[in-house]
Design a protein around this ligand. Structure first.
Ligand SMILES: [Zn+2]
Length: 187
């Protein structure tokens, strides 16, 4: 179930389609491990960044993107969970204010750790509060893929990656697969 005021939605616009994509940083970049800074003011700079983050996410066929992934250490995330057309959300200074006791396991990947994925256990439902692109607070009650995506992106803002939420063995195996693939790309 989702609840939010209609103005919390990031409406598709010509501007968004024309926005230029950004380079996505990969595992190993220090920015991915830093706690991102609160956004003091939702200004034009933030809105432009949000547009470019959406463009980057759609170009990479992703469902979510956090600002640290484009080398910007600020608490900003965008999500749009399929089926398309989905409902795009821009979240500024988001936080999970409540999570269900019930958990669910599903496969996750990350644009910063391309080519691999793993099953991650997370609360099935969450309540998230954030500011929208006008600086207005909104609340989102989410379940399913949206709940998962929101948790994944908000983790990024705290320097947490989904590979931190899997077993040490699964993480070692995933990193081995990832490095092997990276080497194959270089060769
Ligand atoms: Zn990610």
């Amino acid at each position: 179930m989702i609840w939010r005021p209609p103005d919390a939605v990031w409406h598709a616009s010509a501007a968004r389609q024309e926005a230029t994509g950004l380079a996505v940083v990969q595992l190993g970049a220090p920015v991915l491990r830093r706690r991102a800074e609160e956004v003091e003011q939702v200004d034009e700079g933030v809105r432009t960044l949000v547009e470019r983050m959406f463009a980057t996410m759609y170009a990479a066929d992703g469902q979510g993107l956090a600002a640290p992934q484009v080398d910007v250490s600020r608490r900003i995330a965008v999500v749009d969970v399929p089926p398309r057309p989905g409902t795009p959300y821009a979240l500024i200074n988001p936080s999970v204010i409540a999570a269900s006791d019930s958990v669910v396991r599903a496969v996750e990947g990350c644009l910063s750790i391309p080519g691999v994925n793993e099953t991650v256990e997370r609360p099935a439902e969450v309540v998230v509060e954030a500011l929208d692109i006008r600086g207005e607070p909104f609340r989102l009650e989410a379940a399913g893929d949206l709940a998962r995506c929101l948790q994944h992106e908000i983790d990024h803002l705290d320097g947490i990656l989904y590979i931190d939420r899997i077993s040490p063995l699964a993480r070692r195996m995933l990193l081995t697969r990832f490095r092997k693939q990276q080497r194959a790309l270089v060769e």
